[in-house]
Write a protein that binds this ligand. Structure first.
Ligand code: NAD
Length: 329
C-alpha cells in the first residue's frame, strides 16, 4: 500500500517510519497541508493520511476518487475537517477514535494550573531575576466547582484529575454517561455554577460557538475557561469582549477558531495578520498553545499504531472498525 502523509513534521516520522516498515507499507511524507492546491500530489497513492488542520472537501474527494485513492486516514480523532457525506461510497474515512484521553486531559489540567497560578509568567520573571510576585495571585481549586462540557473519554479523564483537587464536579452532555461518577446539569446551570469550565465535546453544528456572548454573560465573574477540544467551540470575538470586560480569571486555549495555517508553523519572523489572535496573546491572563494536547510519547505511538492498523484492515479486507460514516460516529 502506498500512503501519502500530508502536513508532516520531523516528529511524525518517529513512530510512523519504523511501524510502516513492519507493515510493508510504502509511505511518503510531505510538509504541505492537504488542500485544493496540494490534493493532486496524491496521484499514485492508495491512501492519504491527514491531520487536524488539513481539510478535504467534496471537490477534493471527487479528485481523490478519480485518481484511484481509496481512503483518507485521519491521524487524529476529530473528523470535522472532512466532508463525510461527500466521501460516502467513494472513499473510506478512517480515524483514531481514542489514543490517550489522559494525554489531552492532563494537558487541560496543566493549562488550568498555569493560567491560574501564572507559572508561565513567573518563569520569565525569575529568569530575569525579577522576583516580584505582584499580579500572580491565583485561586485555590480545592472545593471549587468545575464544569465539564462533554463527558466522553477525555471529559471523564479530566473529571478524574479534577477530583484529585477535591473539586465539586458538574457536567453537561446531551448523552449522559450512566457510569460517569458526576452530577449532570443543564448547560445553563453549568455556566452559572462553575468556577472553572473545561470543554471536551466535539465540534458539530450544535456546539459551534457554544461559548458565545450569551453563555459568557451567564458565567461567574472571574471564571477560568479551558478549551482543548476545537477552536470554533468558542466565538472568539465574544471571548475577547468578555476579557476586555474583565469577566475572566484566566483562559487557556490549546485550539483556536482560525488556527489552520498558523498552528504548528514557525511564524516568528512574519507579521501576523490575524488581529484576534494577536489581541488574545496580549492578555496577561490568556495562555495559548498550538494544539498540542495530544503530544505525548504514548499518544503519538498509539496514533501511529491505530492509523496503520486502519490501513492494514483496508488492505486485507478486514472489518473497518474505525470508519467514519455519516450520522454514525
Ligand atoms: P468522545 O467522543 O469520547 O466524547 C465527546 C463527548 O461529547 C461525548 O460524550 C458526546 O456525547 C459529547 N457531546 C456531543 N455533543 C455535545 C454537546 N452539544 N454538548 C456537550 N457535549 C456533547 O471524544 P473525546 O475523545 O473525549 O474527545 C473530545 C474532543 O477533544 C474531540 O472531539 C476533539 O475535538 C478534541 N481533541 C483534542 C485534542 C488536542 O490535542 N487538543 C486531541 C484529541 C481530541
Amino acid at each position: 500500500m502506498k500512503i501519502l502523509f500530508y502536513n508532516t513534521k520531523p516528529y511524525d516520522r518517529y513512530w510512523f517510519e519504523p511501524m510502516a516498515k513492519d507493515y510493508g507499507f510504502s509511505i511518503h511524507f510531505v510538509e504541505m497541508r492537504c488542500d485544493e492546491e496540494t490534493v493532486s500530489l496524491a496521484a499514485g497513492h492508495d491512501a492519504i493520511c491527514i491531520f487536524v488542520n488539513d481539510y478535504v472537501n467534496a471537490d477534493m474527494i471527487d479528485k481523490l476518487h478519480e485518481m484511484g485513492v481509496r481512503a483518507i486516514l485521519l491521524r487524529c480523532a476529530g473528523f470535522n475537517n472532512v466532508d463525510i457525506r461527500a466521501a460516502e461510497g467513494k472513499l473510506h474515512v478512517l480515524r483514531v477514535p481514542s489514543y490517550s484521553p489522559e494525554a489531552v486531559a492532563e494537558f487541560a489540567a496543566a493549562m488550568l494550573l498555569t493560567v491560574n497560578r501564572y507559572t508561565h509568567r513567573a518563569y520569565g520573571r525569575t529568569r530575569d531575576f525579577n522576583m516580584n510576585i505582584n499580579g500572580f495571585m491565583g485561586m485555590n481549586l480545592y472545593q471549587k466547582t468545575a464544569g465539564v462540557v462533554g463527558t466522553g473519554k477525555i471529559g471523564q479523564a479530566m473529571i478524574r484529575i479534577l477530583k484529585g483537587f477535591r473539586m465539586h464536579i458538574i457536567a453537561y452532555d446531551p448523552y449522559p454517561n450512566p457510569s460517569a461518577d458526576v452530577q449532570y446539569v443543564s448547560l445553563e446551570e453549568l455556566m452559572k455554577q462553575s468556577d472553572i469550565i473545561s470543554l471536551h465535546c466535539p465540534l458539530t453544528d450544535d456546539t459551534r460557538h457554544l461559548i458565545n456572548q450569551k453563555t459568557i454573560s451567564l458565567m461567574k465573574k472571574g471564571i477560568y475557561l479551558v478549551n482543548t477540544s476545537r477552536g470554533a467551540l468558542i466565538d472568539t470575538e465574544a471571548l475577547i469582549d468578555g476579557l476586555l470586560e474583565k469577566r475572566f480569571g484566566g483562559v487557556g486555549l490549546d485550539v483556536y477558531e482560525e488556527e489552520e495555517g498558523v498552528f504548528y508553523e514557525d511564524r516568528s519572523n512574519e507579521i501576523i495578520m490575524d488581529e484576534n489572535l494577536v489581541r488574545l496573546t496580549s492578555f496577561p491572563n490568556v495562555l495559548i498553545t498550538s494544539h498540542m494536547g495530544f503530544f505525548t510519547k504514548e499518544a503519538t505511538q498509539a496514533i501511529a499504531q491505530t492509523t496503520l492498523e486502519n490501513a492494514y484492515a483496508l488492505e486485507t479486507g478486514k472489518e473497518l472498525v474505525n470508519e467514519v460514516l455519516p450520522g454514525r460516529s
